[in-house]
Design a protein around this ligand. Structure first.
Ligand code: NAP
Length: 508
């Protein structure tokens, strides 16, 4: 169950937002009474409430906004209970002072804005012994992935079905930092009775709180069960990835019991995260910046030839033997996008065979593209602003190198931009000037946000054929989808999701 939190300055607005949520099918709402500017009037908020309500008045030291005295706050919480509110949130230090009354259920909460205490079991035992909880809520601040997994282990243990059947209260664990954010999405797998979400995408009342529509409609919190296979993207940062939208929407479209979750993992946490990810039922991951090279050290199963040659992989999948296999789907996706634009025919030799190509940049995308072009028999020239990096890449893959200032002097059949120049928000930049582009050249831009970059616009004006990074992005996602689920993805469906997500990013 998702509990949507509302915190408004006025009663009128709080009532309106509450009704709006109910109209949208939300069943459980937390009213944050500490956000009201005037003395809370429960007789306006509780009778005829359109959903189940949890009443909370949070103190400043616990991350809330309560401005009046502690005595007034305790009085308000008692009044909420006497008024028959469905749930009341009582902090661990005040719960013993407020006795159980009527049918109101007690969420006894502990907040630690600095760390994750060592003895979570001891803390919970004390909360049960002293506070008479129906739900134990423990919200902590993990410092690293080890802290997050300690929280997960604890939740699994204390929410074990036999303990709940024996009458112990359910425990809700919350990680208030982004690297433990997945606990908010996957909480049901650890027996959490519900999860919190925000009313608005912009107005976030607690660290790490997700917008309820994202949690409900994109991550499908309510559909995640013990048997749901988990996939995801491991990155740092991870916030702006389009992969959750593309994969989750495809699972719904294809009716698969899978969920795709972003995992923010710092470089120093990668090894531990990969070791422990299967405990979260994670069966495969997209891997992106900054982990594509480092992840290679964790592979102990099959490694595809592209990943081996490039020394980087963007997809990992655990096999039935528990071994971790690595793939580079960027390689094939970029090749297919370029070959399709060149008029590739099924069964015929690659149009890249013997063609001349210039690749701009030396990073991860450039390495995948260069390797692909070389494998297809193209003559490749690498242009890079860093002579040292450009020469090294050219030597590694047996290519020519050209200095950045000389890049306009070559006549090539394929030009591939693999730098980040032109990427949102710097949409008025291009890695090539218009007069450097020649009619008939196939111009590929790895940048996919925006779909039509300044480079591609100029290239079209010069009579070039163009291929956008969206084609590569969709191509690599289709290949990943197949590796993850064994099923064929719909490229056109994924393309429409990416376009929708990109226009939403621009509208922000
Ligand atoms: P990366 O590893 O960080 O490499 C970026 C490259 O761009 C480096 O060679 C960098 O040069 C160069 N560069 C940056 N600013 C430059 C400038 N002003 N002038 C000249 N060169 C410049 O990044 P990446 O992973 O390769 O990604 C590159 C682009 O491809 C990004 O926009 C990314 O979103 C896109 N991409 C798309 C897909 C897809 O599926 N469509 C997949 C992967 C990547 P220095 O080393 O000198 O800094």
């Amino acid at each position: 169950m998702i509990c949507v939190t509302i915190g408004c300055g006025s009663h009128k607005r709080m009532i309106e937002e509450h009704q709006k949520l109910a109209d949208d099918g939300v069943k459980f709402v937390e009213l944050r009474l500490d956000y009201l500017r005037k003395k809370p009037e429960l007789h306006r908020l509780l009778p005829n409430r359109p959903t189940v309500v949890l009443a909370t008045a949070r103190r400043k030291e616990d991350g809330g906004q309560w401005r009046e005295s502690e005595e007034a706050r305790l009085g308000l919480l008692r009044e909420a209970i006497v008024s028959g509110v469905d749930y009341v949130d009582l902090e661990v230090d005040v719960a013993p002072k407020i006795p159980r009354f009527g049918k109101t259920k007690r969420v006894v909460s502990y907040h630690n804005m600095k760390e994750t205490p060592e003895d979570l079991d001891g803390l919970r035992r004390k909360m049960i012994a002293e506070c008479d909880p129906d739900v134990v809520k423990i919200a902590v601040t993990p410092k690293n992935i080890g802290d997050v997994f300690r929280l997960v282990d604890f939740l699994r243990r204390v929410n074990a079905p036999e303990r709940i059947a024996a009458g112990e209260p359910k425990t809700l664990g919350i990680s208030m930092t982004e690297h433990g954010w997945f606990t908010r999405v996957l909480g049901k797998k650890f027996g959490c009775p519900y999860t919190y979400a925000g009313f608005s995408e912009k107005r976030i009342l607690a660290p790490g709180l997700l917008y309820y529509k994202t949690l409900r409609d994109l991550y499908r919190y309510d559909d995640i069960t013990e048997s749901t296979k988990i996939f995801g993207v491991v990155a740092d940062p991870v916030q702006h990835s389009l992969s959750p939208a593309i994969h989750n929407r495809s699972y719904v479209e294809m009716g698969l019991d899978c969920a795709y979750v972003p995992f923010r993992v710092a470089p120093e946490d990668l090894s531990e995260f990969i070791d422990r990810a299967p405990e979260l039922d994670v069966a495969g991951l997209s891997v992106t910046i900054p982990h594509k090279v480092e992840i290679m050290k964790k592979l102990n199963g099959r490694i595809d030839s592209a990943a081996q040659a490039i020394g980087a992989c963007n997809t990992v999948v655990w096999g039935p033997d528990g071994k971790l296999n690595g793939f580079n789907t960027d390689y094939m996706a970029a090749l297919l996008a370029i070959e399709t634009a060149m008029g590739r025919k099924v069964g015929a030799a690659s149009p890249l065979s013997g063609a001349s190509a210039m690749v701009l940049g030396t990073g991860g995308a450039a390495q995948a593209v260069v390797r692909g072009l070389k494998d297809r028999g193209a003559r490749v020239i690498i242009a890079a602003r860093s002579e040292e990096k450009g020469l090294a890449l050219a030597k590694r893959f047996d290519c020519e190198f050209c200095r950045w200032e000389d890049r306009g002097g070559y006549v090539v059949q394929v030009l591939a931009n693999c730098t980040s120049v032109g990427m949102f928000p710097n949409v008025d930049e291009s890695p090539m000037e218009q007069q450097m582009l020649r009619s008939g050249t196939v111009v590929f831009d790895a940048v996919y946000n925006p779909e039509t970059t300044y480079l591609l616009r100029m290239a079209r004006q010069r009579g070039c054929k163009t291929v956008s990074g969206v084609e590569m992005f969709v191509g690599q996602a289709c290949l990943q989808y197949k590796l993850f689920t064994g099923q064929k993805a719909s490229g056109s469906f994924m393309r429409s999701v990416v376009r929708g997500a990109l226009s939403a990013v621009r509208a922000e």
